[in-house]
Design a protein around this ligand. Structure first.
Ligand code: DGT
Ligand code: CA
Ligand code: ZN
Length: 574
C-alpha cells in the first residue's frame, strides 16, 4: 500500500476544499493548500520525510502527523471523516471546472443540490439565476462542466490500467490452479481510456484462485469476493474484476467479457439468424451446447474469420470480415525505430545519448529527436545556436554508433498564421520536422483547420504532431475538421503521427479506417520526454491496430536504410 507524492498532495488539496465548503477559516484551509504544494515539489521520498525529524517548510506539525498516518496506513482518518460529512454527490460538484467550494456551498445550502443530476435539473429550470453571483453565463458553463465530469468520472488512462494488469496476470499465471487466463474488456481491446481491468481465468478450483487474487499486496479494498466473480480496488484507485469459469466455458466467457457490448450484440444477432443462441456460457442449438475451445472456433461457427480484440467495436470489423477480409495488423515487433523524442535540450529529462541508448535497448535502429522550437519558450524551445550545438553533438554520436542513427528533427510550433517556427535555412538543416500546435487553441473550426493545412503545405513539414491537441480525461480537442486535415496531409505527402503518449493517443483511431483507405501514412511516435517514455510506443500500436493499420501504413516499420532514403527524398533541400 504505497501512496505517492501526487496522491498525497491531491488529498491535502481536497481537504482544503472540503474545509472551505464547511466554512472553516482561511488560515486552516491555506495550511493544507501549502502542504499540498510542498508535497508536489518535494525532492525526497515520502517515507524519508515522515520518518525523519527534519522540519520541512510548508508542512506544519498537524499536517505532518496526518501525512505520516497516510503514508504508514494508506488511510487518513481526518480526511475520511471530513468526506463523510457531505453527501457523496456534493464531492462530484466540486469536480466541475471553475465551480469553487464557495459556489458549491451556496448551491448545497440554498437549493439543496446534492448531485450532478440535481444541478443539471436546476440549471435547465433557470433556478440558479435567483442566486447572488450566478448569471446565465455561469449556468451555461456549469452545464458544460457537468457533461465534462460525467464523461471522465471513473475512467483511467490506459497506462494506469496496463501496468497493474500485467502485474496481476503474471501473478495469477504462477498459480497451479489457473489453467488459462487473459485480459478482457476495454483493456484487451486497447481502448484509449478504460473504466476498469477485466480478467478471465479458467480453473477447476475457483476458491483458491479468488483467494490469491483478493490477497494480492496491491489490493486496497475488496468490493466483492465470490466463486465466479470478485472485484477489488487497487491502491491507485482502479478496479479489477476477475471472473473464473470452467475450461469448457472459457472461450465463450473470454469472447463475452472482451466485448464490446456493441460487438457482442452483432454476434448474438448473427447467431440468432442461424437459429442459434450465443451467451457467455456457450452457443446453443435448442438445448444442445456446441463446444468451442477457442475464440477462433466461435467466430468460425458464425462463418467469420477471427477478429482481433482491438477491432471489436462494431466499427468496421464486420464489413471488413465480409469484404476484403480482416487485415493482419501491425505489431510492436514490426517497429524498427521511432520519431518524436525530447531531450534535456528542451523539456526532456534525458540526454541525447541516454535517449539513443534506451532506443537501442528496445531493439530499435533509429530515433528521431524533436525538441521544442523557439516559440515554445515555456518548454525550453531551441534557438538557432542550440540547434547548431545539438546537430554537432548528434553527428559525433552517430559517428560512434554501429547500426544506429539519430535523425535530426524538431517539433516546430505551428504559429497562429500556420507558418513554422524558423527561417528557411534553419528548417532546411533538419532531417525531418514534426509540426504541432501548442498554443492559441481558441480559433474557430475553420481558422484552426486552415492554420494546420497551411503548415501541412509547408514543404519542410514531414509529419503533423498530435493533430487534435486533446489531452485524454482533461482537455478536449480544439475544433478542427480532421477529414480535411487528413485529405491535405495525403495530398502533400505529410505523415500524420499516432502520438502514443497515453495522455494523447492522437490521431483518434476512429479516423484511421478512412485515412487508410485514402492512403494516409502514419508513424507511431512516443512523444517521449524520458527514457521510459519510449516504452509508450506499445499504446500507439494498440491505437494503430484499432484503426486496422498494417505494416505498410506505418513509416517506422521501415528499416534504417529505407527510412533514411525516404526522408532524403522528402527533403526539399536534398
Ligand atoms: P469499460 O470498462 O467501460 O472501459 O469498457 P468494457 O467494455 O470493459 O466494459 P465492462 O467492463 O462494463 O464489461 C466488459 C465486457 O463485458 C463488455 O465489453 C461486454 C460484456 N458486457 C458487460 N455487460 C454487458 C451487457 O449488458 N450486454 C452485453 N452484450 N455484454 C456485456
Ligand atoms: Ca472494463
Ligand atoms: Zn507536442
Amino acid at each position: 500500500m504505497s501512496i505517492d507524492k501526487k496522491q498525497a498532495a491531491n488529498i491535502f488539496e481536497e481537504i482544503a476544499r472540503l474545509l472551505e465548503l464547511k466554512g472553516a477559516n482561511q488560515f486552516r484551509t491555506r495550511a493544507y493548500v501549502g502542504a499540498a504544494r510542498t508535497l508536489r515539489s518535494l525532492d525526497m521520498e515520502l517515507e524519508e520525510l515522515v520518518d525523519g525529524n527534519e522540519k520541512v517548510k510548508g508542512i506544519g506539525a498537524s499536517s505532518m502527523e496526518k501525512l505520516r498516518e497516510l503514508v504508514k496506513t494508506g488511510k487518513m482518518e481526518y480526511y475520511e471523516s471530513l468526506k463523510a460529512e457531505f453527501p457523496e454527490g456534493v464531492l462530484d460538484l466540486m469536480k466541475i471546472p471553475r465551480l469553487g467550494p464557495k459556489k458549491v456551498k451556496v448551491l448545497y445550502q440554498q437549493l439543496n443540490i446534492t448531485s450532478l443530476d440535481d444541478l443539471e435539473k436546476a440549471c435547465e429550470q433557470d433556478e440558479l439565476l435567483s442566486l447572488d453571483g450566478f448569471g446565465a453565463k455561469t449556468q451555461e458553463n456549469i452545464l458544460k462542466g457537468i457533461k465534462h465530469v460525467r464523461q471522465y468520472k471513473g475512467r483511467h488512462l490506459v497506462r494506469a490500467a496496463h501496468v497493474p494488469a500485467q502485474e496481476f496476470l503474471s501473478h495469477l499465471q504462477t498459480l497451479p490452479e489457473v489453467l488459462e487466463l487473459d485480459l478482457a474488456g476495454s483493456l484487451r481491446r486497447r481502448k484509449e481510456t478504460v473504466k476498469d481491468i477485466d480478467i478471465v481465468v479458467s480453473t477447476e478450483e475457483p476458491k483458491a484462485v479468488m483467494n490469491a487474487f483478493v490477497n494480492h499486496p496491491l489490493v486496497h479494498e475488496i468490493i466483492a469476493h465470490g466463486d465466479t466473480k470478485s472485484s477489488v480496488t487497487l491502491d491507485s484507485g482502479i478496479n479489477i474484476d476477475l471472473r473464473t469459469v470452467t475450461p469448457e466455458q472459457y472461450a465463450y466467457a473470454l469472447l463475452h467479457f472482451t466485448g464490446s457490448k456493441e460487438h457482442n450484440t452483432v454476434m448474438r444477432s448473427r447467431a440468432k439468424d442461424k437459429g442459434l443462441k450465443l451467451n457467455e456460457y456457450g452457443l446453443f442449438r435448442g438445448e444442445e451446447r456446441i463446444h468451442a475451445s477457442s475464440e477462433e472456433e466461435i467466430y468460425g461457427l458464425l462463418d467469420l474469420p477471427f477478429i482481433p480484440p482491438e477491432l471489436r467495436e462494431d466499427h468496421a470489423e464486420f464489413s471488413l470480415a465480409e469484404g476484403d477480409g480482416i487485415p493482419s495488423l501491425v505489431t510492436l515487433e514490426d517497429l524498427k525505430g521511432t520519431f518524436h523524442a525530447h531531450t534535456t535540450y528542451s523539456d526532456g529529462s534525458a540526454s541525447l545519448d541516454e535517449m539513443a541508448q534506451a532506443a537501442m535497448l528496445q531493439g530499435l535502429e533509429y530515433l528521431g529527436i524533436t525538441d521544442h522550437s523557439q516559440t515554445a519558450y515555456y518548454a525550453g524551445g531551441l534557438n538557432v545556436y542550440d540547434i547548431e550545438k545539438q546537430h554537432k553533438e548528434i553527428d559525433a554520436l552517430n559517428e560512434s554508433y554501429d547500426n544506429f542513427r539519430i535523425f535530426k528533427g524538431i517539433e516546430s510550433d505551428i504559429l497562429a498564421d500556420g507558418s513554422l517556427d524558423y527561417p528557411e535555412p534553419v528548417l532546411a538543416s533538419f532531417d525531418f520536422i514534426i509540426a504541432s500546435v501548442h498554443s492559441q487553441f481558441n480559433l474557430t473550426k475553420d481558422e484552426m483547420t486552415q492554420r494546420i493545412i497551411k503548415a501541412i503545405e509547408n514543404p519542410y513539414t514531414t509529419m503533423l504532431g498530435h493533430p487534435t491537441g486533446r489531452l485524454l480525461l482533461s482537455r478536449e480537442s480544439y475544433p478542427i475538421d480532421m477529414h480535411k486535415v487528413i485529405d491535405a496531409a495525403i495530398a502533400n505527402g505529410v505523415i500524420v503521427e499516432i502520438n502514443a503518449n497515453p495522455h494523447r493517443l492522437d490521431i483518434d483511431w476512429r479516423l484511421l479506417q478512412y485515412a487508410k483507405e485514402k492512403g494516409m501514412l502514419t508513424s507511431i511516435n512516443p512523444d517521449a520526454h524520458s527514457t521510459e517514455g519510449i516504452n509508450d510506443m506499445i499504446y500507439g500500436v494498440g491505437i494503430a491496430r484499432k484503426g486496422g493499420l498494417q505494416v505498410g501504413d506505418v513509416l517506422n516499420t521501415l528499416s534504417l536504410q529505407d527510412v533514411a532514403s525516404y526522408l532524403d527524398e522528402r527533403h526539399p533541400g536534398r
